[in-house]
Design a protein around this ligand. Structure first.
Ligand SMILES: Cc1cc2nc3c(=O)[nH]c(=O)nc-3n(C[C@H](O)[C@H](O)[C@H](O)COP(=O)(O)OP(=O)(O)OC[C@H]3O[C@@H](n4cnc5c(N)ncnc54)[C@H](O)[C@@H]3O)c2cc1C
Length: 389
């Protein structure tokens, strides 16, 4: 067992840490306040070659894997959860293509994301089907005029980066949408400019501002045969399983950022004739948060390592889901403690603690809520996928 990062990963971690301190820390509050898409930071990521971290070298990426992306997102999210999301979006929609796409699809769609000339989004959730993925109502019917082609009809919602995306991975059911057959679900690559695609609504969110979530309508959208990925329900699950450490990285990064900020504050703030850092009650709060962050980090790095070994099928679900569940809950907890440690100051917009607190709440909802993760972990233990003898 080796707890050291390789020299390459360590250098990546240090270089992203510098970029985050120099470029992201000064911009994070402005991005939150304006809610505008931070194109300048996207350009910084492109120049630093961070958009293709998890894309293999043969498709234009740097091949740093899920571990590399996890480390980069952790560093970035110490200052901005939305910029962690910006990096995450290089993997979420490309994942199904890397897992189940054809060689032609990989060559057509992966290099553009890696070099920043294209952006993509992942369209799974629907107004009536979030956690209940198999309840989706979007349909894909065979296009009578086009061999192997389909026509997609339906509505997807809360789609991160939907407004900026040049293409989407869309999940839809072939056949009767009332049926819950796992094999009826397929993945499709849909060009955002295709006739019948509209983006009528952008959500007003409490946090993670700067990258919108969007409703997207598909009205008889033609998808040619070479844009059908296929898959089934298991492709959704494998895609999301491999993402667990990447979402978890946002949780640990956010918690680290919030705790570092609050720790610096308590060493300056005086009450009762001393700094509040001198009170044991304050030290214990910091110690508990630090311990939970490190536990979440270990789960997250192990999950990233597993995913990079291709270990993201059903039997690895408990280990992957624990990372996402625990790291996102730690982010919520630590951001709350950090705000409390600043007292009134923490509640005001003069400090980033209120933003950490708002931004953290997203993490226990997206890509499988905490309750959904607990269900997956519980079933894994009941089925002995996680067992200790
Ligand atoms: C900011 C943001 C960005 C998002 N980005 C994307 C995106 O890019 N692409 C995309 O496809 N989706 C996206 N989503 C949607 C997200 O994946 C869903 O919100 C999530 O899957 C939960 O679905 P839901 O909101 O419909 O909640 P519901 O499924 O309606 O759940 C409501 C509550 O019930 C609980 N619950 C549901 N089922 C169970 C159960 N079996 N046992 C116990 N409790 C249960 C849930 O945990 C939750 O607390 C985004 C959401 C947000 C907030």
């Amino acid at each position: 067992m080796d707890f050291q990062l390789t020299e390459e990963l360590r250098q990546l971690q240090l270089s992203v840490r510098r970029l985050a301190q120099e470029k992201i820390r000064p911009r994070a509050r402005e991005i939150d306040a304006s809610g505008e898409y931070p194109q300048d930071i996207f350009d910084e990521f492109r120049r630093a070659d961070l958009l293709g971290l998890c894309i293999p070298e043969e498709y234009g990426g740097s091949g740093a894997g899920i571990m590399g992306l996890t480390l980069a997102i952790e560093e970035v999210t110490k200052y901005s959860n939305v910029l962690g999301l910006m990096l995450l979006l290089t993997r979420l929609p490309t994942g199904p293509i890397m897992i189940a796409g054809s060689e032609e699809q990989k060559q057509r769609y992966l290099p553009g994301v890696a070099n920043g000339s294209e952006r993509a989004a992942f369209c799974l959730s629907e107004p009536g089907a979030g956690s209940d993925v198999a309840g989706m109502r979007t349909t894909a019917s065979e296009d009578p005029g086009v061999t192997g082609g389909y026509r997609i009809n339906g509505t997807k919602c809360w789609i991160s980066g939907g407004m900026q995306a040049d293409w989407f991975v869309v999940f839809a059911k072939v056949g009767d949408p009332n049926l819950r057959h796992h094999s009826s679900i397929r993945a499709f690559i849909v060009d955002a400019s295709a006739p019948g695609v509209t983006r009528p609504r952008v959500d007003q969110k409490m946090g993670v501002k700067g990258i919108d979530t969007t409703e997207i309508h598909f009205d008889d959208v033609a998808v040619p045969a070479d844009q059908v990925i296929g898959g089934g329900f298991s492709l959704i699950m494998r895609s999301l399983n491999a993402m667990r450490p990447i979402v978890a990285a946002r949780g640990i990064g956010l918690a680290e950022g919030a705790l570092m900020y609050a720790t610096n504050y308590v060493m300056e703030r005086e009450a009762f004739g001393k700094t509040i850092a001198e009170f044991q009650g304050i030290q214990w709060e910091i110690a508990k948060c630090a311990t939970e962050i490190e536990a979440a980090r270990l789960l997250t790095y192990r999950a990233a390592w597993l995913a990079d070994q291709g270990m993201f099928s059903k039997e690895y679900v408990p280990a992957l889901s624990m990372a996402k569940y625990y790291a996102s809950e730690v982010a919520v907890k630590v951001s709350g403690v950090a705000l409390q440690l600043l007292g009134a100051a923490g509640y005001m917009t003069d400090h980033p603690t209120e933003q950490f607190y708002r931004d953290a709440r997203q993490l226990t909802i997206v890509e499988g809520t905490s309750q959904v993760q607990l269900g997956l972990i519980g079933r894994g233990v009941l089925g002995h996928d996680l067992w200790w003898d």
